[in-house]
Design a protein around this ligand. Structure first.
Ligand code: 5GP
Ligand code: SF4
Length: 457
């Protein structure tokens, strides 16, 4: 998912900015989207299933979404079914007013907390873990929002980047491990919080800084204040953001996503060279890695596929048969460029194996002499419980098959994955500061209560 929050001086409308912000985060989720705003007295919201551009029609901003503070959310589901009641932001009324909340990430103890709240007589309207968070915040709100959020953070475990809206402030929160990203930007007449810095660029906001793990940033009339919760844990930001999830023009925790992907390609070329005529990418995510591979190997980079730009990310389609059709629709080999050539094809990851098998096959049909596959992440061998929709372990091809078995299955002439060390080096931050559980099985937050649970997608 993706979140954005905008605070502007009184009487300056904010909804359109939230809308543009959401547009720039659309790659983080395409199932539903929503915006909530406040004019200081009333909180308004609009949300629906579908893409940002289809949900917010002209007129809605002026008629419905009034106010100078707003938050927005784009969703792809990891917990909770895909229907409109589960769309965010969530807006609840409590005794002091309203709270709006948009959440990126996944809690690992939501079921337990929910049971306890239900025992206390709380009723839930959705099946998402984020509703647990908003309930807890409302419950602890007697002594102010920051206090309420701190108390809530003591109870919830898992991944969360939150933007919270009240009648007079915008609050951003990043979980103590920093699993999901969140950054702060400044505009002439206010502030922006967003999952990725590309949203700040789009809104013309100047990057101030990343919200650090365990920080709560409060934005109101007086500017912004940052408080760090006392409990310190080791930073473990999601390395998958760099590989696949984030937009290449974003900078997360000081590292440019484009550069990280290019570095991964360079390292991949050293770790798994190939004697071929051309390097191609599976567009768009893998283009920087393929350029890096070409640069380091001296083999020319060329276009191998034409991508239909009107189709969303295939992985994000929750249903397997839809996903397969979408792969076929989405990528067509550029026959004129690949016929008779030996090709190395770079992709960012193999999850179920659906994509690789189809596209290796289509390259061969289009006349490629050899197709060597190189992957700029290690085999995905464990499920993610922190907000990236990797399927159950038994559907992860990297968990159930060896590299050679996978190579045979996708019918590639050779197959090479970057090593975990290589991947970490490509991002260039301190080795210890990442979550890479989906490759290593080393989970920064205990997930034993989740294992065996089917995560609905
Ligand atoms: P597969 O077809 O093997 O299941 O998925 C691999 C393809 O889906 C890759 O080409 C990659 O671009 C995309 N993809 C890989 N991992 C993820 C992920 O965690 N989330 C999303 N949304 N897409 C992914
Ligand atoms: Fe990211 Fe993988 Fe960790 Fe999930 S398990 S947070 S996808 S690195």
């Amino acid at each position: 998912c993706g979140v954005v929050g905008v605070y502007r001086n009184k009487n300056i409308e904010v909804a359109k900015m939230v809308y543009y912000g959401l547009h720039s985060l659309q790659h983080r989720g395409q199932e539903s989207a929503g915006i909530a705003t406040t004019d200081g007295l009333h909180t308004h919201f609009h949300k629906d299933m579908g893409l940002v551009q289809d949900i917010f029609k002209d007129g809605i901003f002026e008629e419905k979404l009034k106010g100078h503070i707003g938050i927005g959310h784009v969703r792809y589901s990891t917990t909770g079914e895909s229907y409109v009641a589960n769309a965010q932001p969530l807006v609840v009324k409590y005794r002091r007013g309203s709270i709006g909340l948009a959440h990126n990430g996944n809690l690992v103890n939501a079921a337990l907390l929910r049971e306890r709240l239900e025992d206390d007589g709380i009723v839930f309207q959705t099946t998402i873990d984020s509703e647990v968070i908003v309930n807890l915040i409302a419950r602890f709100s007697n002594e102010g929002m920051v206090y309420a959020i701190e108390r809530t953070m003591e109870l919830i475990r898992g991944a969360y980047a939150l933007v919270v809206l009240t009648e007079d402030q915008l609050i951003g929160v990043r979980d103590p491990h920093g699993l999901r990203p969140l950054c702060l930007g400044k505009m002439e007449d206010g502030y922006v919080l967003a999952s990725e810095s590309c949203a700040l660029d789009v809104l013309g906001a100047e990057f101030v800084r990343d919200i650090e793990p365990g920080e709560i940033v409060t934005i109101n009339e007086e500017g912004y204040q940052i408080k760090k919760i006392e409990k310190q844990v080791k930073k473990a930001s999601c390395i998958f953001e760099y590989i696949y999830f984030a937009r290449p023009d974003s900078i997360i925790d000081g590292v440019g996503v484009y550069q990280a992907r290019m570095n991964a390609g360079r390292i991949l070329a050293k770790e798994h060279p190939a004697d071929v005529d051309m390097v191609i990418a599976v567009p768009d995510t893998s283009i920087p890695a393929a350029i890096g591979y070409a640069e380091a190997s001296g083999i020319p980079f060329g276009e191998g596929f034409i991508k239909n730009r009107y189709i969303g990310r295939t992985f994000i389609q929750p249903d397997q048969s839809l996903r397969e059709a979408a792969v076929r629709l989405k990528l067509n080999p550029l026959k004129q460029n690949i016929e008779g050539k030996r090709i190395v094809m770079i992709d960012d990851s193999i999850v179920r194996g659906t994509t690789s098998k189809k596209i290796v096959n289509s390259l061969k049909k289009a006349g490629a002499k050899e197709v060597h596959v190189r992957i700029s992440s290690p085999p995905v061998s464990h499920s993610c419980y922190y907000g990236i929709d990797t399927p159950d372990r038994n559907q992860l091809i990297g968990a159930v098959k060896t590299v050679e078995q996978i190579r045979k299955l996708i019918e590639a002439d050779s197959l090479g994955y970057i090593s975990l060390e290589g991947l970490i080096a490509s991002v260039g931050l301190d080795n210890d500061s990442f979550c890479h559980a989906c490759f290593s099985g080393s989970y920064p937050i205990d997930v034993s209560s989740m294992q065996g649970n089917v995560i609905t997608s």
